[in-house]
Write a protein that binds this ligand. Structure first.
Ligand SMILES: Nc1ncnc2c1ncn2[C@@H]1O[C@H](COP(=O)(O)OP(=O)(O)OP(=O)(O)O)[C@@H](O)[C@H]1O
Ligand SMILES: [Mg+2]
Ligand SMILES: [Mg+2]
Length: 479
């Protein structure tokens, strides 16, 4: 039997407001437990929540970025449940009428463009946090996080593999950090996913019963949890069992999911409109004002890079994977000139990205400033450097040995041998030393030509101009 995996994601993104969603308490991370929970966050009697305008503004930004409808009027509701980290007994969320409705997120999976539909994105407050260590067998509750603004972004069950779910989540992560509405810090819980997973026989159109794996705070865990969960469900069904809908937890130490609680449907929550909050009204004028201030988005940049700069879709998508990389690329491009977009992209996605990864740096922390990178690419394009000597220069610049490309070329003795007499002499020597390949090439074996070029470049210690070598060699061999 062939099985199909179906995934829908709910992502909680913590919004970058200074204060909480309904109170003036600080949202800063890492304070002493319970130092930042005020009476409103705790819903003590007699207090009233007041909507934080900055949180709404971020929701509007998101809605516009994904092409969704931003509701003129949306409603806050109480989601009632009892849990130690929620002593007030309900969470203020949006249920029937969320602020952001519909929209899509598109991304490249392998070489295929995928589009995931969003159901909604709604504003809500976060709960507190249970602390299970340091209390000698008891649990402590830290309510600093209570009332922190979240935007919960919910997809349709459109994803068909763990890889696709991860690609979606990464794209969403890029988008919200790009907009600056979320800091994206996954370790601190600013961006966490609930994965809803079901399986069905290939070809079946009805959805299977889903299980929801809560609170996945890394892409690695997201991937592993979906793979494990799908396999678990397939085995149960193949053994003649049925899946019961439930909420599960992923345990990274054992790489497995475990049942947390069963859950039939959202009726459990006894949702009702929050009597303390009026409907949230968003004027068309406010939406237009936010639209006018929107930055150019990754998707728009990708379209521009392929249409105007002639980059491949892959290059465009990879360069825009983070705002920092895009900013670096655009700064370097401005210095190099638009005609050098392709070689610049190659250097950034090759040597540059590899060095960033190796040294665990962001593009903004690169020891090579964009203008210096542009100067290096110029010297490769004009033939002063080839790919091999270019890499030597790159490494020297990265190590901070030089702050100027031409000084580096000189200092490292990497000027190309431009004297054609010297190049010819080297070629003659190589031809004399390798009569076999020469004869093979003349008999029609193209590969022998590349072998000879390789030998010549080696003799030149990489300092010959490959184009020049090719030209002279061709002429000599056809003479
Ligand atoms: N059969 C299914 N298989 C996989 N995913 C599904 C399936 N049915 C629904 N989903 C996904 O499950 C998610 C449901 O999220 P939603 O927020 O609407 O409700 P919930 O999980 O019941 O509520 P809560 O916010 O309390 O977790 C959506 O992303 C949806 O696409
Ligand atoms: Mg949900
Ligand atoms: Mg859910």
């Amino acid at each position: 039997m062939q099985w199909e995996i179906v995934v829908g994601l709910e992502t909680h993104t913590q919004l970058t407001t200074e204060s909480k969603i309904f109170s003036g308490a600080s949202t800063a991370f890492g304070a002493e437990p319970n130092a930042q929970a005020c009476a409103v966050d705790l819903a003590l009697p007699g207090v009233l929540p007041v909507m934080n305008k900055a949180a709404v503004q971020r929701a509007i930004q998101f809605g516009l970025a994904v092409g969704a409808k931003v509701a003129e009027q949306s409603v806050f509701a109480r989601k009632n449940y009892f849990y130690p980290d929620l002593p007030k007994g309900y969470q203020i969320s949006q249920f029937e009428i969320p602020v952001v409705q519909g929209g899509t997120v598109s991304f490249l999976l392998g070489d295929q463009m995928k589009t995931v539909r969003l159901v909604r994105a709604h504003l809500e407050e976060d709960a507190g946090k249970s602390l299970h260590e340091d209390f000698a067998g008891q649990s402590g509750i830290d309510l600093n996080r209570a009332g922190t603004p979240l935007l919960e972004i919910v997809t349709e069950p459109d994803m068909r593999s763990a890889e696709e779910a991860v690609a979606y989540a990464k794209t969403l992560h890029t988008l919200v950090t790009w907009l600056g509405i979320c800091d994206g810090n996954m370790q601190e819980g600013s961006f966490r996913c609930d994965a809803n997973v079901s399986v069905r026989p290939k070809g079946e159109t009805k959805l299977g019963t889903r299980c929801e794996i809560k609170n996945l705070n890394s892409f690695k865990f997201l991937q592993a949890a979906i793979l494990y969960e799908a396999q678990r469900q397939i085995e149960i069904i193949e053994d003649g069992g049925t899946i019961k809908q439930e909420t599960r937890l992923y345990d990274p130490d054992r790489n497995e999911t475990r049942s947390m609680r069963s859950k039939e449907d959202s009726e459990d929550y006894r949702y009702f409109p929050d009597p303390d909050l009026p409907p949230l009204m968003i004027s068309a004028q406010w939406v237009e004002q936010v639209r006018a201030e929107m930055p150019e988005l990754p998707g728009q940049k990708q379209a521009r890079y392929t249409a105007e700069l002639g980059l491949s879709e892959y290059d465009a998508v990879t360069l825009t994977a983070s705002r920092a990389m895009t900013d670096y690329f655009e700064a370097a491009l401005a210095a190099a000139g638009a005609d050098k977009a392709k070689p610049l992209a190659n250097w950034l996605l090759g040597e540059f990205s590899a060095s960033l990864n190796r040294d665990d740096k962001t593009p903004a922390e690169s020891p090579i400033a964009p203008a210096l990178m542009a100067a290096l690419v110029k010297r490769v394009v004009d033939g002063t450097l080839n790919n091999k000597t270019g890499k030597v220069v790159f490494a020297a610049l990265w190590d901070g040995k030089y702050s100027d490309v031409d000084a580096c070329i000189k200092g490292e003795g990497l000027e190309q041998i431009s004297d054609s007499g010297a190049v010819e002499k080297m070629i003659d020597d190589v031809l004399a030393a390798h009569p076999g390949p020469v004869a093979e090439y003349k008999a029609g074996k193209e590969a022998s030509f590349n072998f000879l070029v390789g030998q010549i470049m080696r003799a030149a210690r990489g300092k010959a101009n490959p184009a020049q070598v090719n030209e002279i060699l061709k002429a000599k061999l056809s003479a």
